[in-house]
Design a binder for this molecule. Structure first.
Ligand SMILES: [Cu+2]
Length: 496
């Protein structure tokens, strides 16, 4: 129905246009072509003047009306050091081009009105005027020189890299369809190397795990930065062109596959300070549609966007940016766990799967020693038993897993330290399967541990071994967790 009405309207308008044309033609014939031409000229001139006034007023009024929503104006001062200079440069350019824009528009429409065609008016023939040429070449040239020189100065400041040895926080942003992978260097302050051939389902960046610098690198969901510190972002893309855009910091740089780019900037306002600024403007006193119990200024966040139309999921490349005071940044950074330790350690991807890292060896040794000290101090017999948490066997067999040797070495070290100590090594199983088989398995497992220790030059009269099968459970055999805790290797301090 609406479509039908619209079609009818269009047809009627076309009919009116044709009729007006016909009437004008007839009027021309009656009153004479020239008089009609003059009347049309007058009308065109006046309509032009009205258009000019409405257009200029609307331009200025709308810019004024929306000033507090625009980056660079009202509360939206730049939140970075170089951003202030960029905004200043933009405003200087806007000032000069604005003057030229308004003068040209006024002259354009005024001349069309003032010199409209009249019967006895003749056009002035002016093929060339040196004075005019000089004026409108020299003035723009001088203004342009100042703008370009000033602009270059700001450009060099904006694009400057860090000096060698300068203190800087560096992180890496990799754009891909459709998100950003954000990597921080961890406590060593250095980002580890990458190799595209290593990229797979869990190693999205192709980090090389044999490079020690990679082990403490963090993958984060949100960019957190301290106020007043220089930040350098390494920017790259994995598939197509993306663009790393932080509008509030006036940072914008292409992310190009295969060609690393960078941007250096210094945040000058924390998120809280920026919110505080916004709260002074009535535009931000309205409730947020998404969180009606909060005002717009309270829910403000800096953000990272992709400023390249990179595909249909482009919109989802938004990430939040949080600028905090330096001590809060330290707390945040220390609370993050390295990607290697949380997601790669122990998996098939891990080249160190079958060995412990230095800090893990130290941690386990400390835990073992404290258990030994506790047992040595105990009076009751049952408390003198130490469970070997990190001694494990392949399922159903008495083959030690590669990582078990570290714990067994701790046992050897203990026996060397307390030269009068004697122990009994004991194997236990859960109640799954045949009791006799379990008995045999527990015995052979205890024997393997015994053999390992004896092979490390501990006298055979200082230890013996026993298998107890499923007879001495320490937990229920009805749950997985219970059975796991019943399958165990332990030793008992007999004399110390
Ligand atoms: Cu993108």
């Amino acid at each position: 129905m609406t479509a039908l009405l619209a079609i009818i309207c269009v047809v009627l308008l076309a009919v009116i246009a044709v009729q007006v044309g016909k009437v004008t033609e007839l009027a021309g014939k009656i009153r004479g072509e020239e008089e009609v031409q003059e009347q049309t000229n007058r009308m065109n001139g006046s309509i032009g003047m009205i258009f000019m006034i409405v257009f200029l007023v609307a331009t200025v009024v709308s810019a004024f009306y929306y000033r507090n929503w625009m980056l660079g104006y009202g509360p939206h001062e730049a939140a970075s050091e170089h951003g202030m200079s960029l905004d200043y440069l933009f405003n200087v350019t806007l000032f000069f081009t604005g003057i030229v824009f308004i003068i040209t528009q006024i002259l354009l429409f005024y001349f069309a009105w003032k010199y409209q065609g009249k019967k006895d008016r003749k056009a002035l023939f002016m093929p060339h005027d040196n004075k005019l040429e000089i004026i409108w070449t020299i003035i723009p040239a001088i203004v342009m020189t100042f703008l370009v020189v000033g602009g270059l100065d700001v450009w060099n400041e904006t694009m400057a890299d860090v000096e060698p040895g300068e203190e800087v926080i560096e992180f890496e942003a990799t754009g891909y369809q459709f998100a950003w992978a954000l990597r921080y260097p961890g406590p060593d302050g250095k980002l580890g190397t990458r190799d595209y051939t290593k990229i797979n389902g869990i190693n999205a960046l192709g980090q090389v795990w044999t490079d020690e610098k990679n082990m403490d690198d963090l993958m984060v969901d949100e960019i957190v930065l301290p106020k007043g510190k220089k930040v350098r972002v390494r920017i790259i893309a994995r598939d197509v062109l993306h663009n790393f855009y932080l509008p509030h910091f006036r940072v914008k740089m292409d992310a190009v596959p295969g060609m690393p780019t960078y941007f250096v900037f210094t945040p000058t306002k924390t998120t809280e300070e920026y919110r505080e600024e916004l709260s002074k403007y009535p535009e931000y006193q309205a409730p947020d549609i998404n969180e009606p119990e909060k005002m717009l200024w309270e829910t403000f966040n800096y953000e990272l966007a992709c400023a390249e139309l990179c595909g249909k999921g482009h919109f989802s490349m938004r990430r939040l940016v949080r600028v905090v005071e330096e001590d809060e940044y330290e707390v945040w950074l220390n609370g993050q766990k390295s990607f290697y330790l949380s997601s790669i350690r122990g998996t098939d991807e891990d080249p160190y799967k079958d060995e412990l890292l230095d800090f893990e060896i130290k941690e386990r040794k400390a835990a073992f020693n404290s258990a030994v000290n506790k047992a040595r101090a105990a009076v009751e017999d049952s408390l003198r038993i130490i469970r070997l948490e990190n001694v494990n066997f392949e399922t159903g067999s008495s083959t030690l897993t590669p990582l078990s040797r570290y714990e067994l070495d701790n046992v050897v070290d203990m026996l060397n330290q307390y030269s009068n100590m004697t122990i009994e090594v004991a194997g236990h199983t859960d109640n799954t399967g045949d009791a006799e088989a379990n008995q045999a398995l527990s015995e052979s497992r205890a024997k393997i541990v015994y053999d390992y220790i004896v092979a490390r030059d501990i006298a055979t009269d200082r230890l013996n071994f026993a298998g107890y099968g499923q007879d001495r459970p320490v937990d229920t055999n009805d749950t997985d967790a219970g059975r796991a805790s019943n399958r165990r290797t332990e030793f008992k301090i007999l004399t110390q």
